[in-house]
Design a protein. Sequence first.
Length: 152
Amino acid sequence: MKDTQKSAKGTTATGKTSPRFTAEERAAMKERARELKAAAGKADEESAVLAKIAEMPQPDRAMAERLHAIIKASAPALSPRLWYGMPAYAKDGKVLCFFQSAQKFNTRYATFGFSDAANLDKGALWPVAFALKELTAAEEARIGALVKKAAS
């Protein structure tokens, strides 16, 4: 009788296997666990962010370096830190914005996003993430203004 019993784990009512975390998602979760341990040890978070940026392939590295400078200039009160293996910027311990390299989850574009802690609420609908293929002066100005508003 035991031979005919199958575990319900990993299957749905239709008998199909349920989706699991991808290798990239598991890696991000492991990075987050390491980040939490490092934060408990009072590691220099900006150095960790800069090291993570230095590991990125081009053109994501150039965008991340430029974003880092824009964010530091637009909202100097934000603290750089790693968040799920991504450069992020926090206020009072809460992440407000982050940069996700296209290589992080094998996507065709990088992402610059904001968390729900960002002060961007306007009406019933507002953007919280932007796809980035390159940074021009117009995008840099818009990002600078959004970061200022998010941190206000």
